[in-house]
Design a protein around this ligand. Structure first.
Ligand code: ADP
Ligand code: ASP
Ligand code: MG
Length: 782
């Protein structure tokens, strides 16, 4: 069985809880023989760099303060994670190591790389021992015994042999990232962020099938998601673009990460150790993904011009300063971008051949396809001008454009650049599930509506799904001939296949439109969200699921920056959702929602005048297609109960179906049994209805079937769906048969309520309501 290499970055190991979470990932994702590569915990390498600097500056107090800080951090991790015996041993090992560091510092014999190596040595040891404590066969390995360099070059053959010899047992190896040794057994590093590179190197040496880079974001985004909330997570990016991003210093991957994968089929993915269910970003070979757009930012850099550069010199310099250096040529002159704190070291090496052109620069690079880059560069220059950001240096290459300034590119400016440069020309893949009455009309309307949306956004219907068959075409289905395509190309439907095909879609955005009435389909929502799909539901099941499940769904959507619209699940196309949202946005507090939210029950109650029996009216409605196949589904009131719950949740109430009292519009006994049995007992329904009808008349009222939700002063909620006797003059009494009505009272609409009324069912209006959701989704994504 092919092995897998998993790499956990410092951000995944920043606390004892994170080690525990990583251990859980290892337990569920790794098998004996796999390798785990770890970085130093949290910001340990940065602290070790500071320790080195204080050593160089002979800052004795600073040195011991920083050492104490490191000791406390490590000791804290050890104490939180281990039982008494291993704890004692690990603390004593740590103590010995810190004493050796102190001694070397006193004797002036510290070595930079050997000092920095401690971060990874500690984290590999802690994770290895912690996994052992959990009963997992794990062993920690010092990568200096695996990776040897000679004059800066890795000795691949020798390293491969070392790995074969030393990683041959059926245990999980926890290998230190970042570090290696030279032929004289001195410690060397692979450069800052180098653990990604360690992971792919190791994967190459052990012939692994895949590398997973586990980090603190869900994958590779269009820009740093910590700075821009609307950053888009890409499902796939090609190796060349990932490599370019890395060369430009983006931290998500180290610059050399991809080189060991060249000419191999080793898969590479970036995924989140904080959100294990989220789909990763796959870094795929050329041709397997469209070119994407990115903005990557720079902080505190110096730009230097170099007269002459020898071959390999930049990589030596980058090795020296432990940081990637971006190199480019413009107008025949060679430039380097150097982290400001390392400029003096670089200038020392390049003495007499290099000058600082600009210092203390911030900035960004736009990465895009070569066809787009010139236009994006011009647009970026305009935007910066509008934002009063003065560009100090600008360079355009084949697939990126670089802007350097001495002003901070804060999140606001970055968000504007991102919206205008990256968010343009994005594609939205639409999956339509459910081609019943409403679904078919929706698809028909799509021809016209998608063309309209395409003026703003590239919208493509990529899948049509029925319960038994589906048509999936990643490049888009021709909407005018879909029936033909369906005949020729549709396949058997399965949930697994749908999820898999959605996972393979290479689109910036995806939406699944659920026009099914299937509870089983709504059960797929968490998986669809894991595939980064926005959701549009006409289906009511998810919106009325158990609170815990529903809340988790909402949280999952929030975490992934995804939207869920369900306009038509209540009142079809009527804008009840807008009305409720708008009142709340404007600071109002909704106290009552009353009404009739079922077209069928509205028609039945409003049409009944005693001239015929209620059951014959029900059968008439059934014949006209106004009811569910079994009309008792409507008479049970459950559909209205679900709708009332959706409205309740929309106004921020945490209710469940069970919190809404339900009184069916039929005697309880008739709810059981077959439809035929019901028919033989239909008189019982007539007697029941007649009694209610007469009681209402006696009180000079009208019988209606209503939902009502009252939020009392105390905050308590009274919610009921059932028979109500309403005033003859009320809006509910005078409802056009078949219409829905929503009567909303709020602090501002207290005496004279806000009333929304109109057809609350019907395929055209419902399909149009779903188009409204799609339209608003596009507006939100734009
Ligand atoms: P690790 O500790 O796992 O190696 P790093 O901190 O080195 O992680 O890199 C991950 C960080 O990269 C993220 O937390 C994020 O802030 C930053 N980042 C910058 N640009 C991007 C991007 N385009 N996509 C994802 N993350 C990015
Ligand atoms: N710990 C090292 C660093 O901080 C290596 C890595 O994180 O990949 O640069
Ligand atoms: Mg990193």
């Amino acid at each position: 069985m092919a092995k897998v290499v998993h790499k956990f970055g410092g951000s995944s190991l920043s606390s004892a809880e994170r080690y525990q979470a990583v251990a859980q990932i290892v337990l569920s994702h790794c098998r004996a023989g796999d390798c785990v590569v770890v970085s130093a915990a949290g910001k340990t390498t940065n602290t070790l760099v500071k320790l080195w600097q204080s050593y160089q500056q002979d800052d004795i107090q600073g040195f011991s303060d920083i050492l104490l800080q490191l000791e406390n951090h490590q000791a804290e991790l050890i104490k939180a994670l281990f039982q008494a015996q291993p704890q004692r041993q690990l603390l004593s090992q740590l103590d010995t190591e810190l004493q050796v560091i102190t001694l070397h510092a006193k004797q002036k014999t510290l070595h930079e790389a050997a000092l920095l190596a401690h971060g990874e040595l500690w984290s590999a040891r802690i994770l290895g021992c912690y996994l052992t404590q959990l009963g997992f066969a794990a062993r920690h390995v010092d990568a200096r015994r695996l990776f040897t360099l000679h004059q800066g070059q890795l000795l691949h053959q020798q390293n491969k042999r070392s790995c074969a010899e030393q990683l041959s047992e059926r245990v999980l190896y926890v290998v230190t990232g970042f570090i290696a040794s030279d032929v004289a057994n001195n410690t060397v590093t692979l450069g800052r962020n180098g653990s990604d590179y360690s992971a792919t190197l190791l994967a190459n040496y052990i012939d692994a099938s895949a590398v997973s880079i586990w980090t603190d974001t869900q994958g590779v985004f269009s820009t740093d998601p910590r700075k821009v909330a609307s950053a888009i997570k890409y499902p796939k990016i090609c190796r060349a673009q990932a490599h370019l991003l890395a060369r430009l210093g983006n931290p998500v991957l180290h610059a050399k990460t991809l080189s060991p994968l060249k000419h191999t089929n080793i898969k590479l993915q970036v995924r989140s150790s904080f959100d294990v269910e989220a789909t990763p970003t796959e870094i795929v070979k050329e041709g397997y993904s469209k070119a994407k757009r990115f903005i990557t930012t720079f902080d505190d850099l110096d730009l230097i011009r170099v007269d002459a550069l020898a071959q390999g010199e930049v990589s030596e310099l980058s090795h020296l300063i432990q940081h990637s250096i971006h190199q480019f040529t413009t107008k025949g002159e060679a430039f380097l971008l150097i982290p400001a704190q390392s400029t003096h070291r670089v200038l020392k090496v390049l003495s007499g051949r290099a000058n600082i052109v600009e210092s203390a620069l911030q900035g960004f690079a736009i990465v895009a396809s070569s066809a787009d880059i010139a236009q994006l560069q011009t647009l970026a220059a305009q935007l910066l001008n509008e934002q009063n950001v003065v560009v100090r240096f600008n360079h355009q290459d084949k697939e990126y454009a670089l802007f350097l300034t001495d002003q901070a590119i804060d999140s606001d400016v970055l968000a504007i650049l991102h919206d205008q440069l990256v968010s343009k020309d994005r594609e939205l893949a639409v999956v339509i599930a459910g081609l019943g009455n409403v679904g078919e009309v929706f698809v028909q309307q799509c021809q016209h509506q998608v063309a309209r949306l395409q003026q703003q956004f590239d919208v493509k219907v990529v899948a049509l799904v029925r319960s038994k068959k589906m048509l999936f075409s990643a490049n888009g289905i021709a909407l005018n001939t879909w029936q033909q395509q369906w005949e020729n190309e549709s396949n058997t439907y399965s949930n697994e296949e749908l999820i898999e095909r959605i996972g393979e879609l290479d689109y910036e955005h995806k939406v699944v439109i659920d026009i099914t009435a299937s509870e089983a389909f709504s059960d797929l929502y968490p998986q669809l969200i894991n595939q980064d799909c926005h959701l549009i539901s006409a289906n009511k099941y998810a919106g009325t699921a158990q609170s815990a499940w529903y809340q988790q769904l909402c949280e999952q959507l929030f975490e992934r920056n995804l939207y869920w619209r369900y306009n038509t699940s209540v009142g079809a196309g009527l804008p009840i959702n807008f009305a409720l949202a708008d009142l709340q946005h404007s600071g109002d507090r909704i106290t009552h929602i009353d009404g009739v939210f079922s077209g069928t029950l509205s028609w039945l109650c409003s049409s009944f005048d005693g001239s015929q029996t209620f059951s014959s009216l029900v059968l008439e409605a059934q014949k006209m297609g106004y009811t569910e196949p079994d009309p008792r589904e409507d008479l049970s009131g459950r559909d209205m109960q679900r709708k009332l719950l959706i409205l309740a949740r929309d106004i921020g109430l945490t209710l469940d179906l069970a919190d809404i009292e339900l009184e069916p519009l039929m005697p309880q006994e008739l709810a059981q049994g077959s439809w035929d049995e019901f028919l033989t007992r239909r008189e019982e329904l007539d007697v029941f209805y007649e009694q209610q009808y007469q009681s209402a008349l006696a009180q000079e009222k009208v019988l209606r079937y209503t939902g009502s939700l009252h939020v009392l002063e105390s905050g308590k909620v009274k919610a009921k769906v059932g028979i109500a006797f309403v005033d003859k003059s009320s809006a509910i009494a005078n409802l056009t048969p078949g219409d829905n009505i929503f009567v909303i009272k709020s602090v501002w609409y207290e005496l004279n309520p806000l009333v929304l009324q109109g057809p609350g069912a019907g395929k055209e209006v419902t399909a149009a309501g779903i188009h409204s959701d799609l339209y608003w989704l596009v507006q939100m994504l734009k």
